[in-house]
Design a protein around this ligand. Structure first.
Ligand code: PHB
Length: 395
């Protein structure tokens, strides 16, 4: 499929010019065809907060930057995939490409859903902007995938190094039993062990309808100095609550985690249970830059005081990537041209400086070490250290 839309556009222009010459049509007659973006996200089900954050960010981007770039209107077609069924995501991607003729696919709240859509992107040569799903291998599933979120390996490695350096000697790992959790476990075990730490046990908890209690009891019995946790955003509150209720904190076990567990959407409701917890991530709503202050204010104003989380930033930057690529191609939305234009782009995000690695199509960014603290009566992840321009280290 080469540039159908632009060919179509040229025909319209030529046809229009002929009609104009004949004096039959009033001006203006021909706008360029819109660039259609199929945005597939969970707006319902257990991961609906991811969809809500992504939709809000995409809307905000267009509110601030307009809905037209390089002469093309950017039209978003939103589809709710419910967040749990890969075959649903795949069907939606297929329909968006073949029936709605979208030129770009975007969103993808969880790894299995991104995996399911990847073959559609490849077959139809449609750029697929992965805004949320975070297993390292995702961009290798299609040459048309580009990622604007993060990877679990990328945010876990600096935390494992921090733990080893800060004299934590023993740990248990506790992760959701699927792609990103397994990546987080492997990277934590490798880096923490290399740094001199000892892993006492590695626990994998089910992604669907998890009952954390028996796993936390095993952690308590193993008596590690620290418990490393990854669960996908939306699940953190349940883990934090049970960690305290089951007496692990009281037993002197220290919880450390990726920022998914203390995500900004949930953190106000987790409240004091998070106090003092060390985590690592690429974004905190408390990040102290002008760009982030402006982002948090605008997001909050547009969404009844809602706090943006890392998924919103992945989505906002995904829109930025598309707009900048369309500027580079002069409005040409051919899939191969757009993907080429996305490679190597550099910008300042609300999270800090970011680049799309031209070889891997994955995002390179700062990873911050943070401590959860009360600020103005609300819990925030306060950044106190960082690893700069960190690439996905893989697993
Ligand atoms: C994923 O499924 O890749 C995923 C989802 C939510 C997260 C992290 C990873 O917070």
């Amino acid at each position: 499929m080469t540039n159908d839309v632009n060919t179509h556009r040229r025909h319209l222009l030529l046809g229009g010019a002929a009609l104009l010459g004949s004096g039959l049509l009033p001006l203006p007659v021909f706008a360029a065809e819109p660039v259609k973006v199929g945005l597939i996200i969970p707006m319902s089900g257990p991961f609906a907060s991811t969809g809500r954050q992504i939709e809000a960010a995409v809307k905000l981007y267009q509110q601030i930057n307009g809905d037209t770039v390089a002469g093309r209107k950017v039209e978003i077609i939103l589809k709710d995939d419910g967040g749990v069924a890969p075959d649903v995501t795949k069907r939606l991607a297929q329909e968006l490409v073949s029936r709605d003729h979208v030129q770009v696919l975007a969103g993808f709240g969880l790894t299995p859903l991104a995996f399911a859509a990847a073959p559609i992107a490849t077959q139809s040569k449609t750029p697929m902007i992965v805004m949320a799903a975070a297993t390292s291998v995702i961009p290798q599933r299609s040459p048309f995938i580009v990622r604007t979120g993060f990877t679990l390996a990328q945010v876990t490695a600096p935390l494992a190094d921090w733990a080893a350096k800060n004299k934590i000697k023993s740990a248990v790992t506790f992760v959701s039993d699927y792609g990103p959790g397994i990546d987080a476990e492997k990277v934590f075990v490798k880096r923490f062990t290399e740094g001199g730490g000892k892993i006492l046990e590695s626990l994998r908890v089910p992604l669907r309808n998890p009952d954390y209690a028996p796993f936390l009891q095993r952690v308590k019995d193993a008596k590690p100095e620290a418990l490393f946790v990854f669960v996908p955003s939306g699940e953190g509150a349940a883990v934090m609550k049970q960690f305290t209720e089951r007496g692990l904190a009281a037993a002197g076990i220290r919880l450390i985690c990726t920022g998914d567990v203390l995500d900004d959407d949930l953190l106000p409701s987790i409240g004091l249970a998070a106090n003092g917890v060390i985590s690592s991530h690429h974004y905190s709503a408390a990040h102290t830059s002008q760009e982030n202050k402006a982002y948090v204010d605008a997001f909050s104003k547009a969404n009844k005081g809602m706090r943006p989380n890392f998924h919103s930033v992945g989505a906002y930057d995904g829109m930025h990537l598309l707009y900048e690529a369309l500027k580079k191609t002069d409005g040409n939305s051919d899939g191969e041209k757009l993907i080429e234009a996305m490679k190597g782009l550099v910008w300042t995000s609300a999270r800090g400086p970011v680049t799309i690695d031209p070889v891997t199509r994955d995002i390179v960014q700062n990873v911050y070490i943070r401590k959860a603290e009360m600020r103005n009566g609300e819990m925030y992840n306060i950044e106190f250290d960082k690893v700069e321009k960190f690439k996905d280290p893989g697993v």
